[in-house]
Design a protein around this ligand. Structure first.
Ligand code: ADP
Length: 249
């Protein structure tokens, strides 16, 4: 279980409060989809969890141990994709595996090839990030996290640069990999539809300083025709009602 307990984050030498009293208890294998207005601290939350940004108060625990990049494997798909420009696509994908001293045998190489194939980036293996489109960089960043088989996966608008059809295909691929690996996931998205399609829970945040206003159970995960079900329409209406009420204050 991932526990975020009373976490506050300040920037500018404690002058600006960005996140206030964040509390989340995420059971292993849940996908928490986070929706909040622009600038409310969603990316900051993922950075605090991944250890890139320090938090002032509170604690973040994974299975009762302090979460740290040293002792745990944290997959992060940041908004800027986080690729090293001097490394090829393939070396970028292998980088976190090498850092973690992961054994890469033939079967694992086949698995990496399979993921790259499904993300349609196999032909880009030897290219450098500067020669890729935004959507291609995003898919490389997704591949890198998917093959890492992380303890937790943090995704900051991971599908935003993709066209509608590719996005739906990659959402499917994500759900397939998530089911196989049972990865505890936090996903930030601007799209209510995406939150409902992917989240087992949906978290709605307030404007700055970001607080958690509501955590909704998502019944859509358990129905057929997820994108067009009555349950989808109902929860979308609930989410929009909360956003309209809480974000305009
Ligand atoms: P979101 O992801 O919800 O759009 P962010 O977490 O990116 O929000 O940013 C939240 C607030 O913190 C914004 O006001 C932003 O300008 C500010 N901020 C983000 N990063 C820094 C930083 N490194 N130093 C100072 N302020 C920052």
């Amino acid at each position: 279980m991932l526990e975020i307990k009373n976490v506050d984050v300040y920037y500018d030498k404690n002058q600006s409060e960005v996140l206030r009293e964040i509390n989340l208890q995420i059971e292993t294998g849940e996908i928490y989809a986070i929706i909040g207005p622009s600038g409310c601290g969603k990316s900051t939350l993922l950075k605090a969890i991944s250890g890139l940004t320090p938090y002032s108060n509170g604690e973040i625990l994974l299975n009762k141990e302090k979460l740290s990049a040293k002792h745990h494997t944290i997959g992060l798909i940041p908004q800027n994709y986080g690729l090293l420009p001097w490394k090829t696509v393939f070396d970028n994908i292998l980088l976190p595996l090498n850092i973690k001293n992961r054994q890469i045998d033939k079967a694992f190489l086949n698995y990496i090839d399979e993921v790259m194939e499904k993300l349609e980036i196999s032909t880009l293996k030897e290219r450098f990030p500067n020669n890729l489109s935004g959507g291609q960089k995003q898919r490389v960043s997704i591949a890198r996290s998917f093959v890492l088989q992380p303890d937790i996966l943090l995704m900051d608008e991971p599908f935003s640069a993709l066209d509608a059809l590719t996005r739906e295909n990659i959402q499917e691929l994500f759900l397939k990999i998530w089911k196989e690996q049972n990865i505890t996931t936090l996903l930030i998205t601007h799209s209510v539809e995406e939150a409902i399609y992917l989240g087992t829970k949906i978290v709605i945040m307030s404007p700055l300083p970001g607080r958690i206003i509501k955590i909704l159970d998502n019944p859509v995960q358990k129905v057929e025709n997820k994108r067009t079900s009555v349950e989808h329409l109902q929860i979308a209406t609930d989410i929009r009602y909360i956003m309209t009420k809480e974000w305009k204050k």
